[in-house]
Design a protein around this ligand. Structure first.
Ligand code: SF4
Length: 228
């Protein structure tokens, strides 16, 4: 859509804040991989080093930065990963389908003593109705085809607690090869629909309220909301 319609994806506060947290997390994991997990008191300067100001008021920017440092401190405090098991950090994959390209970035890949790989995806928030299991399977597919890494497990780690969930591991799945084949087929089918100009929206009150693309008036649900 970015290429075809020439739109620029809107820069939102939570995107920039989330990218900042992921950069700091990447730094933390890289340090851990080298055998030196940073101490809690180092987190503030790590966040400072990795921070790009968010598009909001200076006061709110500082507030968000402090909150990010708090969640990352808590992550380090409860760190339960064997640093020796960290295999890769922020690993990008590219998978070429006949119908298009699937690309993504995996926050963390672990390898246990038996040689089994596990994918961990970190979240700074939860999107209602989002299929996190499907996202993990998509990453496992990307790792398998794009990186030649056969993950047997995949997990989601929530850094920032929500009203309903505490921070920590919130989802763990076993990766089954047959399911990956289904995921691959489903991605190819979606790409095919997009290529043919058919992409059906999946509206939900919670998602549409925060729709990033609302200003472009591309989706009837967003337009309907605007004209209310
Ligand atoms: S308004 Fe349309 S594009 Fe935006 S979240 Fe809702 S269904 Fe998706």
């Amino acid at each position: 859509m970015v290429r075809e319609v020439g739109i620029r994806f809107p820069i939102k506060v939570y995107f920039v804040a989330g990218s900042n947290v992921h950069r700091a997390l990447e730094y933390i994991h890289n340090q851990a991989m080298k055998g030196g997990l940073p101490k809690e008191e180092e987190v503030k300067s790590i966040v400072e080093k990795c921070w790009q100001d968010v598009p909001t008021s200076p006061d709110k920017n500082v507030m968000i930065k402090n909150a990010a440092a708090k969640y990352l401190k808590n992550y380090i405090k409860t760190f339960s990963i064997d640093p020796k098991s960290i295999y890769a950090v922020e690993k990008e994959f590219w998978v070429f389908f006949d119908e298009g390209l699937l690309t993504g970035r995996i926050d963390l890949i672990k390898r246990n003593k038996n040689g089994d790989f596990e994918i961990v995806d970190f979240k700074t928030g939860m999107v209602p109705g989002f299929n996190y299991e499907e996202q993990l399977r998509t990453y496992a597919l990307g790792a398998s085809i794009g990186l030649n890494i056969e993950a047997t497990k995949a997990a989601v780690y929530l850094l920032k607690p929500t009203r309903h969930k505490k921070s920590g591991l919130i989802l763990n799945i076993t990766v089954v090869k047959d399911q990956l084949k289904k995921t691959q087929k489903s991605i190819a089918a979606t790409m095919n629909k997009i290529e043919n100009g058919y992409f059906s929206p999946t509206p939900s009150a919670a998602k549409c309220k925060k729709c990033e693309l609302e200003e472009y008036h591309l989706c009837p649900y967003a337009i309907r909301k605007k004209t209310k």
